[in-house]
Design a protein around this ligand. Structure first.
Ligand code: XMP
Length: 525
């Protein structure tokens, strides 16, 4: 497959901390394509990919301890520019003949780095003193020969070094985290000044390249795509549509568990913006009757998954029938797999498993499509950029993550049309006010949960009421694996609470969930 932008990637060697993906993202934010590879990938294999540069990530180990991930010195001798970060920095120092020691001076969290040379490669154009994020027990106590020490911190005499001759660079702190105020500039300096890389991974170029790849893969076959209304499937569909136009048919199963306005967003706005051929299946009644009386969340998920497959399968058969008549066999099923899914499931190429919670798993044997995963190389923020480039409506591009089983798992208790309507209104108000307060980018997602089986006493108007509570669950997160509750300003919370209890008579109490994840999950069910 042609892949000019991805041909000479910046490879991030993952030494076992949670930072490798973040580093790859930051490299891409500097408009250079980057991938994560496990640290035990043989050096020949890494070098065979002709990487434009290497970044050695941080990691929890101590370089001299038994079983610590090793850095093959061959990687430092291949003439490829290298940036070592934290553990990677220490591993580099040790491999090049410097010393790493338990100095007893641990540094965790924010500290100040003093830059010795603001003309050097990594710190060019940056202030002499900068806040940086540290997390280390060991320190480099002597830099390897030929390395110029370019920064110090209170706990590390050698906090950064570089050798422009060999194009080897290192920093003790974490430039990839936002607490390191000039971190992104450090990464950019490494890429541009150290490695001489031009900014090529831009959204226009990415679209061009992915479109080309889809065309090559699809040929003149027909493609089907299940649209959920979410960012990933919408952008994937828009991309395939840009590539092969009317060879694509999208299927939107309206299970009636979406939020206010979301079905319309797909059926009207998305279609108008992209011109995709869309089949809408109205299955609201079917899902509601299958869910009637069920309050166990896993049971709900199972039922929704099962019904979804049945409905989608029928729609796919119908589409397959039509497409056959046009002479194009339906051969491909679009899936919005993203790069973090690929890395987390062991990486590599090869077909990814269909994500079970995407609810498209388990199609019957005779409907086995080849998966087409046009977003496989992208991070979420890149998917959004690509979506904007393709003209996908902003309301969809910036939509917060929303679970496949939808509002069904946000009604604690059995789901019925009335409860869904109550939740939809409360949720609509919360979303509107959070957006109005400009908090959409700060909040990863904000489930609104209806405690349908709980009632509490209240006074509304001139009478006592016996209504339901709703829970607001605003969280901030990078990837939903961990999350913290968002400190939404009190006046915004007050407006949401006031409006919900005024405008949704069934709700007489609004409560705020102030639990981080872990221990609390983001969704309540
Ligand atoms: P939790 O609740 O596990 O959620 O902290 C993490 C992320 O996953 C979403 N989520 C789901 N998405 N099907 C989905 O497609 C599901 O069954 C499901 N459960 C949780 C949740 O919204 C959050 O973004």
């Amino acid at each position: 497959m042609t892949s000019t932008l991805q041909e000479h990637p910046v490879l991030v060697l993952d030494f076992g901390a949670q930072y490798a993906q973040l580093i790859a993202r930051r490299v891409r934010e500097a408009d250079v394509y980057s991938e994560v590879v496990p640290h035990d990938t043989p050096a020949e294999e890494i070098l065979a990919r002709e990487p434009a540069a290497l970044v050695l990530s941080g990691g929890p180990a101590s370089v001299y301890s038994e079983g610590a991930p090793r850095l093959d010195p061959a990687l430092l001798q291949a003439g490829v520019p290298v940036l070592g970060i934290c553990y990677g920095f220490q591993a580099m120092a040790a491999a090049l003949g410097g010393d790493v020691a338990h100095t007893g001076q641990r540094e965790y969290g924010e500290t100040k780095a003093r830059i010795g040379d603001t003309d050097c490669t990594l710190f060019h154009g940056q202030p002499e003193e900068q806040p940086v994020w540290m997390s280390h027990g060991d320190s480099v106590s002597r830099a390897p020969d030929g390395m110029a020490v370019t920064a110090t911190t209170p706990g590390a005499e050698v906090a950064a070094f570089e050798d422009n001759e060999r194009r080897l660079y290192g920093v003790q702190w974490h430039p990839e985290v936002l607490h390191s105020a000039f971190g992104q500039r450090v990464i950019e300096n490494f890429l541009r000044r150290g490695a001489g890389l031009a900014p090529t991974w831009t959204r226009g170029q990415i679209v061009e390249e992915l479109v080309e790849q889809v065309r090559e893969q699809v040929g003149d076959a027909h493609v089907i795509c299940g649209l959920s209304g979410g960012v990933d499937s919408s952008v994937a569909a828009a991309l395939v549509n840009r590539a092969v136009g009317d060879q694509l048919t999208c299927v939107f199963v309206d299970h009636g568990l979406l939020r206010e306005g979301e079905a319309r967003q797909v059926e009207e706005d998305f279609v108008a913006a992209t011109g995709v051929d869309l089949v809408v299946v109205d299955a609201q009644e079917r899902f509601l009757s299958a869910l009637a009386g069920v309050s166990d969340p896993e049971q709900k998920r199972k039922i929704i998954g099962r019904e979804f497959i049945r409905v989608f399968e029928q729609a796919a058969r119908d589409v397959a029938g039509t497409a056959d008549a046009e002479g194009h066999p339906v051969k491909f099923l679009v899936q919005g797999t993203l790069y973090p899914d690929v890395v987390e499931s062991g990486g590599g190429t090869g077909a990814a498993n269909i994500k079970s919670h995407h609810n498209v798993g388990g199609l019957p044997e005779d409907l086995q499509f080849t998966l087409i995963e046009p977003l496989r190389a992208l991070f979420k923020d890149e998917v959004r950029q690509v979506g904007l480039e393709l003209g996908v409506p902003e309301g969809i591009v910036w939509r917060q993550p929303f679970p496949g089983p939808g509002l069904a798992i946000r009604v604690v208790g059995a789901v019925d049309a009335e409860r869904l309507a109550v939740l939809r209104r409360a949720d609509g108000i919360a979303r509107e006010e959070l957006t109005r307060a400009g908090l959409d980018r700060e909040i990863w997602q904000c489930p609104v949960v209806l405690l349908a089986d709980v009632r509490s006493v209240g006074v509304q108007g001139d009478g006592r009421t016996y209504g339901h509570p709703v829970v607001l669950r605003p969280v901030s997160s990078e990837d939903a694996m961990t999350a913290d509750w968002t400190r939404v300003p009190y006046d915004v919370l007050a407006r949401i609470s006031g409006r919900i209890t005024n405008e949704v008579p069934e709700v007489n109490r609004v409560v705020l969930d102030v639990t981080s994840k872990p221990p609390g999950t983001i969704e309540w069910e």
